[in-house]
Design a protein around this ligand. Structure first.
Ligand code: GDP
Length: 336
């Protein structure tokens, strides 16, 4: 366990993403004063030399690895090479530099998609590497599994205090609302809101509506991260979730209500369903003493409010991408 004094130098990798921003809000609120950050323009985490000299200069004591190339089901399925390459490079460079420069604690963030497609539900941490992965995001998942293995190997061989937390599906302010690359919750907030404003008669929801997903507000994740940094030091992944799941159809109905949309919901069966169910077993974390506090409906209301007030399409979205590579580059590179 480490002492997290307010002047601990903490490097938040990926501070402009959904998770990184929530972490920054939380750390600032808790009085941490020595926070270190770089944008992806200033520091390319895929470049080993750049990462090495950044750690040499900054000497962080604690590292939170929240930088990743992330995206929803379609982006993962379309750009697997970029998802595996970028995430492998980011993890290898940051974890190795943390070891070389004596980082006291590193928190590596992953995702529930590391677990096998047909693992029994709720997903327990020991289901890791017990079966085939969901094909639509296998490339991303393999990179995230490699990151856990890196942390565990550096712990075993060098005694590093590196831990790995696996959040369930996240949402909240600064989510990615780009319909081609976003996850379902942000996509549906945008689709229902725009349909209401434009008076459209129906909203198209992908797939059959039967898959089940668990959602966690990103502020709850940030709270869990601080808890884990201070109180947890074990190898292997630890799940972070709300403990409750909901079908995509139920989610669509809930968002429709929260938005106040009156039209119809139509399912587009030509789009993939992905994993049939994703619910985390959170008993390890609950036993350690942490639980989520944001109710899904309340979280949807506040996220809709943020979307209406603050969301702006990125400039790059104004013109169509010329190549698949450019399209993938527009998927968020620093969020989870
Ligand atoms: P996943 O959790 O990795 O499968 O990723 P997503 O959040 O992208 O998708 C979850 C489920 O929601 C899948 O079954 C999707 O087909 C479904 N879904 C329904 N409508 C949408 C949508 O507009 N966007 C996305 N990304 N998924 C949708």
């Amino acid at each position: 366990m480490i002492d997290l004094a307010p002047d601990t130098r903490i490097y938040v990798a990926g501070h402009r993403g959904l998770v990184g921003r929530a972490l920054m809000r939380k750390l600032e609120r808790e009085g941490f004063t020595d926070l270190s950050t770089r944008t992806s323009q200033d520091l390319d985490l895929r470049d080993q030399e750049q990462v090495g000299s950044f750690f040499e200069r900054e000497r962080p004591e604690v590292v939170i690895l929240a930088a990743a190339r992330v995206g929803g089901i379609l982006a993962n399925d379309t750009f697997p090479a970029q998802f595996i390459y970028d995430n492998l490079m980011i993890a290898a460079n940051v974890i190795h530099a943390s070891y070389e420069h004596g980082v006291r604690k590193l928190l590596n963030l992953g995702s529930s998609c590391i677990y096998p497609k047909f693992a029994s539900q709720p997903l327990r941490e020991n289901a890791l590497l017990t079966g085939p992965l969901e094909p639509t995001n296998r490339a991303y998942a393999v990179a995230k599994i490699a990151a856990i293995e890196l942390c565990d190997s550096y712990r075993r061989q060098y005694g590093c205090d590196f831990i790995s937390a696996m959040p369930t599906n996240l949402y909240g302010p600064h989510d990615n609302f780009n319909l081609e690359t976003s996850h379902v919750l942000a996509a549906l907030i945008r689709k229902f809101y725009e349909a209401r404003v434009d008076g459209r008669p129906e909203v198209v929801v992908w797939g059959s509506g039967t898959p089940r997903r668990e959602f966690l507000h990103v502020d709850d994740l940030a709270d869990a991260c601080l808890f884990l940094l201070a109180n947890f030091s074990e190898p292997g992944p630890i799940n972070v979730g709300s403990g409750k799941d909901i079908s995509i159809q139920e989610l669509a109905v809930l968002i429709k209500e929260v938005v106040g949309y009156q039209g119809r919901i139509v399912f587009d069966a030509s789009k993939p369903d992905g994993t049939p169910r994703k619910l985390m077993d959170i008993s390890r974390l609950s036993t350690a003493g942490w639980q989520a506090s944001t109710d899904l409906r309340e979280g949807l209301v506040s996220t809709l409010d943020w979307y209406r007030r603050a969301w702006k399409p990125p400039d790059t979205a104004l013109s169509p991408p010329a190549t698949a590579r450019q399209a993938a580059d527009r998927s968020d590179r620093a969020t989870h």
